[in-house]
Design a protein around this ligand. Sequence first.
Ligand code: NAP
Length: 478
Amino acid sequence: MEIPAYQSLFINGEWKEPKQYTPLYAPFDQTELTNIPSAGEEEVEAAIAAAVQAKSVMKQMPAHERSTILSNLAELLEINKDRAAEFIAREAAKPITTAKGEVARTIQTYKFASQAANQLYGEKLPMDAAPGGENRVGFTTREPLGVIGAITPFNFPMNLVAHKVGPAIATGNTIVLKPASQTPLSAYFLAELLEEAGLPPGVLNIITGSGRVIGDKIVKDDRVSMITFTGSPEVGKQIRSRAGLKKTTLELGSNSAVIIDEETDLDKVVPRCVQGAFAFQGQVCISLQRIYVHENGFRSFVDKFVEETKKLKTGGPLDEETNVSAMISPNDAERALSWIREAEQSGANVETGAAKEGNVVLPTVLTGVKRNQKVSCEEVFAPIVMINSVSSVEEAIGEVNDSRYGLQAGIYTNDIQKAMSASEKLEVGGVLINDFPTFRVDHMPYGGVKESGTGREGIKYAVEEMTELKLTVINNNF
Ligand code: NAP
């Protein structure tokens, strides 16, 4: 697939040449892929102004038209799915089979958004439940917020954009999108498809460039009504402190964990957990980072886990056989190795991995890791997993909760009482019983507690976040 040597900004339905470009390199072999626009304040201003102007178009657009644009988009993506997957594989070093999976999910996400456009229900209120409310009719409606600023990370460059663009269009909002600097190609491809799908000019504007500069301008601008951000907790906190009274949805990081109770069928569980730990090099917000196994099955679990891990193939992202490819940047590969070394120096055992080939960090399994080691208490965001032994599910729940994050957690157990106790006590946004914490389908409510964020995505829930509830009361006593 040929990628043009220069990309353009997408503002007000037009492709605009920027004043400045930055080269984009492939994470796997550092070859130059293309040159990306580095937008400045002037271009951000143009994007916001276009989105403000398009507000009235979207406010008047009937639901069925918004729904049709989104279903057209899903169809166009289906036709172009291989091209879309190749963009992701090349810009993010996501193994092509995993990239194809992301495109399939993105199509689902836009289909859910298309349905949601036709389902913006309000409710009729029983006004006479309060003395003084007799003979009044009260009902609620949902109105678009206006301009939504969407800032997205590198790790799911197509589907996480879909989780913002899909519900924003479904609810009649306009958007200024700032994709991650490393992965803008799939976002620009989306703009091409949305133009063809019938989206009016100005409804979606895409600008690329430094997050610190242009992201900050979007976050602070009073004409933007909401910031929907997915990314690291550090940036999430900055956004929260600068966004003023805007609505903010923050989907942040985690150090997700699973609990394996005694008498669990390890042959069934191990391959799933290996997938949860190493898919896309562990660069997934709900990647499986910590595993707590009942002491009775601990050694057997570790042995099976290591054996399964060794079957994974490392290599280039475009190779169909590759399971694990390069980290997003050489710096991230170095950081991952230094965290492993730090854990080793504090007494952790390396069961396999702990080396790199180019920018590919080999899938690494650690045991005996102490709680205060970065590979346990920070978000590792690399192909590294730790497995520790516990004497009970209760103890494991305490370990899982001893974290500043809380996105999703899983528990494998045959005991319904323990499963229900875990569901109640785990301090996370989602509990997966008899599954890994890495499970996500695109209509379920998804989001975290503690430093994993605020607000929920999953189309129905994002629709609530992206609309304002309005009350109308008719006084029939008049
Ligand atoms: P990141 O460094 O926080 O960047 C995310 C986005 O924010 C990028 O577009 C970035 O632009 C922009 N940005 C950077 N500094 C900014 C600032 N000061 N103001 C406004 N925007 C700014 O995250 P990442 O490395 O791309 O992604 C990995 C993180 O995302 C992990 O922590 C992961 O857990 C989290 N994540 C969470 C979820 C979830 O749903 N909870 C899903 C996926 C990923 P540049 O690229 O130009 O720097």
